[in-house]
Design a protein around this ligand. Structure first.
Ligand code: HEC
Ligand code: HEC
Length: 358
């Protein structure tokens, strides 16, 4: 049957008169295409939100900003175990600091400090990102050096400026607790080990999603969830190109970009001393082109996670927006546009345990 069709097609193709009419057909088709494309291009610039958003969509062949998915169904027992570990100070050398000490749920899952403070008051050199929605990042840490939550969780436990401990020490302490011993024995054939501790913590972290932000409700069709000014901010966010980097379900968290595409942020930074963490992905890859390249951070809950940037150098959302306009887009944003964009970003604050995060 297929062979028959092929044969038929070949004879058609070699039939002269058919060839001629094919040619005519092709000419007409191209004329129509030229007309259609021409009309497409003569459309007025995007004036409403739908057009603006379909414009940003075309940038990456997908809808630029997407609602958060629902919290996944995971083993309740592992989630409960992971939660206990996340809040347990025994994961630190001097039993003074839990994961939740720096990733405080009443402070947007972060610490509201420019740089983290570890055990014994040790000052870290980089701003603490929120753990909320971190599970959806394409890699973990500002420089993306951990490829999974499991890999990430071992970091702070061993970092001398954070929890300053190690698995042998942590396991020796947790093993004294019969509840932990039992839970690990029940859930993991290999029992309590570094990798089962991080498995439980990562499982818990995967439930730390904050759905139902006003913006997500807006995307779901509830137009009144955003004020007019917030909608203006959303349109600017798309039209000015913020969404070419901050996009997807996290409005960020899915690519690396240089901080300072259109100017030298680090030269202009007040008290501009460079430190190692300013080098970003260069620290991971050693490649010159990765100097000052960072994971584009998620903007979810950004309204409640000041100060901003990996260096925690900026204390308001408005200032962060101005810097982004200047160094990432080469654009001096007006006061009104800056306000509207910041207002829009505040609609990205979602719900945790049924309530909008404070
Ligand atoms: C001393 C404060 C501190 C403690 C304690 C701490 N963290 Fe962090 N956390 C940070 C800082 C600072 C970063 C960013 C470090 C970097 O990017 O180099 C971070 C990054 C993360 C990230 C990556 C988020 C992202 O967007 O890339 C996750 C996830 C995370 N921490 C989870 C945890 C877990 C789980 C624990 C406990 C095992 C923990 N943290 C303990 C300060 C802390
Ligand atoms: C070329 C890519 C790119 C563009 C375009 C871009 N950003 Fe960013 N954005 C980044 C990167 C990278 C960072 C992280 C910089 C750092 O801290 O090292 C960032 C950080 C931020 C932060 C701070 C987040 C935090 O938690 O500290 C905000 C707010 C922000 N961007 C908003 C915007 C807005 C608004 C626009 C449009 C006016 C925009 N961005 C355009 C790449 C971009």
């Amino acid at each position: 049957m297929v062979r028959g069709l092929k044969l038929q097609f070949c004879t058609l193709f070699y039939n002269r008169s058919m060839k001629k009419s094919m040619l005519v057909f092709l000419v007409v088709l191209s004329a129509v295409l030229v007309l259609v494309i021409g009309f497409g291009n003569s459309k007025p610039p995007a004036t409403d939100l739908r057009q603006a958003s379909s414009h940003a969509t075309q940038l990456h062949g997908m809808r630029a900003l997407l609602p958060l998915p629902p919290v996944p169904e995971l083993s309740k027992e592992k989630v409960a175990l992971g939660k206990r570990l996340f809040f347990d100070k025994r994961l630190s050398h001097d039993n003074s600091l839990a994961c939740a000490g720096c990733h405080d749920f009443s402070l947007g899952g972060s610490d509201r400090q420019a740089a983290a403070v570890g055990i014994g008051g040790a000052r870290g050199s980089i701003n603490t990102p929120t753990v909320f929605n971190a599970a959806l990042n394409f890699s973990q840490f500002w420089d993306g050096r951990a490829s999974s939550l499991e890999e990430q969780a071992a970091g702070p436990v061993h970092n001398p400026l954070e929890m300053g401990s190690n698995w042998a020490e942590v396991i020796a302490k947790l093993n004294l607790d019969s509840d932990y011993r039992q839970a690990f024995e029940q859930l993991y054939p290999q029992g309590m080990r570094g990798e089962t501790i991080v498995d439980a913590i990562a499982t818990y972290e995967r439930t730390l999603l904050t759905p139902n932000s006003p913006f997500d409700r807006f995307l779901g069709g509830e137009k009144s969830a955003l004020t007019q000014r917030q909608q203006d901010g959303y349109r600017h966010f798309l039209d000015y190109g913020c969404a070419s980097c901050h996009q997807g379900v996290l409005i960020g968290g899915n690519m690396y970009q240089r901080f300072g595409v259109m100017g030298d942020y680090f030269r202009d930074r007040p008290g501009n001393r460079l430190i190692q963490s300013d080098l970003g992905r260069f620290n991971v890859t050693g490649r010159e082109e990765d100097r000052h390249v960072f994971k584009v951070p998620s903007l979810r809950n950004v309204g409640i996670t000041a100060p901003y940037f990996h260096d925690g150098s900026v204390d308001t959302l408005e200032k962060a927006v101005v810097i982004m306009g200047r160094y990432q887009l080469g654009r001096e944003l007006s006061e009104a546009d800056t306000q509207a964009i910041a207002d829009f970003l505040r609609t990205l604050t979602g719900e945790w345990e049924g309530k909008i995060l404070p």
